[in-house]
Design a protein around this ligand. Structure first.
Ligand SMILES: [Fe+2]
Ligand SMILES: [Fe+2]
Length: 273
């Protein structure tokens, strides 16, 4: 995990950039809302479990954490959910019913009385804040929910509006057009079905975000996106017309592995002599 930085007065970004080979990095961020009842949105990637727990502990006493909002069960979002639920005895876990069914609560699954089901189209109250729950317009798990914070007009959008980036950044100005390029690349691969749906139906899903009109979008996979919701929605709406994502096949993958070995990395899995 990298150094936390603020998105708003009371919302902190807990950032991590996962190396993504030739694509650069995939940001895998979580967010801590330090309100009257602290809320953690997503729990980081599974490879960063310990440092994720430490990152939250550096900001608040875990005994004070009241809510963990899980956008979906993927291992880049639910990484530290079980240890955090253990370390934060008064935290309730908010997730969709499908995420729960798919094991999103992980080893915290025995804590049934601490679970809250988030349903698209409904809202939930956490302390002194109200959150609207929506299904974001693009996603890679049908269990995904996004949360709209009324108070700061912030949409926690899960995978939507995220993307790979060529370098570690905390501000979109550091990325320039690389944000749009990486977002298209990621979205077309992560939501490959986008090419198969009726564009009018996709537009209606995007209109849910247009109507909410968040001032800020906080994707798990992007820097804070402020004051650009209309542009983000326009960009997303244009993606089905783009060429499908082309990901490395096995031959390309093996060639990359050979190149990395020749260059002295990655770490060998062979046992030490
Ligand atoms: Fe995902
Ligand atoms: Fe993700």
């Amino acid at each position: 995990m990298e150094a936390a930085y603020p998105s708003h007065d009371d919302i902190l970004v807990l950032p991590h950039h996962e190396p993504a080979g030739a694509f650069g990095f995939l940001p895998c961020h979580s967010y801590l809302i330090k309100g009257r009842e602290p809320i953690l949105v997503d729990t980081g990637i599974i490879t960063e479990t310990e440092s994720m727990v430490d990152a939250v502990r550096r900001q608040i006493d875990l005994e004070d954490l009241r809510w963990i909002f899980l956008t979906h069960e993927d291992l880049d979002h639910a990484g530290a959910v079980a240890p955090l639920m253990q370390a934060a005895p008064d935290a309730r876990l908010v997730l969709s019913f499908l995420a729960l069914s798919k094991g999103g609560a992980g080893e915290a699954g025995g804590l049934m009385d601490r679970l809250v089901i988030a349903t698209p189209g409904q809202s939930l109250v956490a302390g002194d804040r109200r959150f609207g729950v929506i299904r974001p317009p693009v996603y890679d798990s049908s269990a995904t929910v996004a949360f709209f914070d009324d108070e700061t007009r912030t949409l926690f959008s899960a995978d939507a509006f995220g993307g790979v980036v060529p370098r570690v950044a905390t501000d979109i100005e550091e990325l320039g057009t690389a944000y749009e390029e990486g977002c298209a690349m990621f979205t077309l691969a992560n939501s490959v079905w986008i090419h198969d749906v009726d564009p009018a139906r996709l537009a209606r899903s995007i209109d849910v975000v247009r109507t909410l009109a968040p001032d800020t979008v906080l994707s798990a996979h992007a820097v804070p996106l402020r004051g650009r919701t209309a542009a983000l929605c326009d960009q997303l709406q244009a993606m089905p017309a783009m060429p499908p994502a082309e990901l490395p096949d096995n031959a390309a993958f093996q060639a990359t592995v050979a190149q990395m070995k020749a260059a002295g990395g990655p770490p060998s899995e062979e046992p030490p002599a």
